[in-house]
Design a protein around this ligand. Structure first.
Ligand SMILES: CC(C)(COP(=O)(O)OP(=O)(O)OC[C@H]1O[C@@H](n2cnc3c(N)ncnc32)[C@H](O)[C@@H]1OP(=O)(O)O)[C@@H](O)C(=O)NCCC(=O)NCCS
Length: 160
């Protein structure tokens, strides 16, 4: 697997990946929430997102199997293909992003987590700040804001 910055030719696969992950629905999102989320991650939207954030993709056998994005110090758009979960791809993407952030002098990473991913982030050092409500095309999503202070020392220990 390689992780690299996404470019225009990746837009379709990134959008397709997110659309399929959305169908998996561990948070029991309502039909309205699913429709709005899919619209937010349509190909035309990913194309716009590519201009306002740095999107990374994980590629294996020439296929996009995961994606994660960084906008300033905010983690966005973090997804792994639902049929290949729990084999460490998400952890590798998050580690990659944290290393990238540290190399670019970002000391604190923030995100809003969907309920089903809170434990994943907690185990990776993210602390809960507060409950928030995201609004996408007028549809609300309860999420939890989390953050992690990055330190080169912690990271070096983690890599041993
Ligand atoms: C959150 C998400 C990105 C994690 O991706 P993933 O590839 O499944 O993540 P990992 O495999 O690295 O880690 C998941 C779990 O599998 C375990 N795992 C990692 N490698 C493993 C391996 N080789 N064998 C078995 N289990 C393994 C990890 O320990 C982890 O468990 P833990 O959280 O109890 O420690 C993925 O579940 C996803 O796309 N969710 C939907 C979208 C989403 O919620 N995104 C975040 C929203 S803010």
């Amino acid at each position: 697997m390689i992780i690299r910055k996404a470019v225009n030719k990746d837009i379709d696969e990134i959008s397709d990946l997110i659309q399929k992950v959305t169908d998996y629905n561990p948070n029991n999102y309502s039909p309205e929430q699913i429709v709005a989320w899919k619209k937010y991650n349509a190909k035309s939207e990913i194309k716009k997102q590519l201009n306002d954030r740095l999107i990374f993709c994980a590629i294996e056998d020439n296929k996009t199997i995961g994606t994660i994005a960084l906008k300033e110090n905010f983690i966005l758009g973090f997804y792994v293909n639902y049929s290949i979960r729990n084999i460490g791809i998400g952890t590798k993407l998050l580690d990659y992003l944290e290393k990238y952030a540290l190399c670019n002098n970002i000391k604190k990473l923030k995100l809003t987590s969907t309920p089903s991913a809170i434990e994943f982030y907690k185990k990776r050092g993210y602390k809960i700040k507060e409950n928030v409500t995201l609004s996408i095309y007028g549809v609300d999503y309860p999420e939890v804001e989390m953050e992690k202070i990055l330190s080169a020392k912690t990271y070096a220990q983690h890599l041993i």
